[in-house]
Design a protein. Structure first.
Length: 96
């Protein structure tokens, strides 16, 4: 082998080693990204489950609030509705 052949061989070997290093770095980055995606997926699943739990709690509170209406509150609501109906009827009469 001549000196130029040896020099070419050394350059090729150096480039192959550099490519191996780049490949290993990309494999490492890929592994880190896979871990990140995995973690984010688990977080999304946990948050979706938590959201569902909060929705159920909200529904329960809404139901409880509806059940806790007292007779006095019902009567007051009925009075307000009757008053509104009278006002609407009065306005309709004025429009005729």
């Amino acid at each position: 082998m001549t000196d130029s052949d040896l020099q070419l061989l050394n350059e090729l070997t150096a480039q192959i080693n550099r490519l191996k290093e780049l490949y290993e770095a990309e494999v490492s980055k890929n592994g880190a990204l896979i871990d990140t995606v995995s973690n984010q997926t688990r977080k999304v699943e946990r948050l979706e489950k938590e959201l569902l739990e909060w929705k159920v709690k909200c529904n329960h509170l809404t139901d409880a609030a509806m059940l806790s209406v007292t007779e006095e509150q019902r009567q007051e609501s009925k009075k307000r509705l009757n008053q509104m109906m009278r006002e609407i009827e009065r306005c309709l009469t004025l429009l005729r």
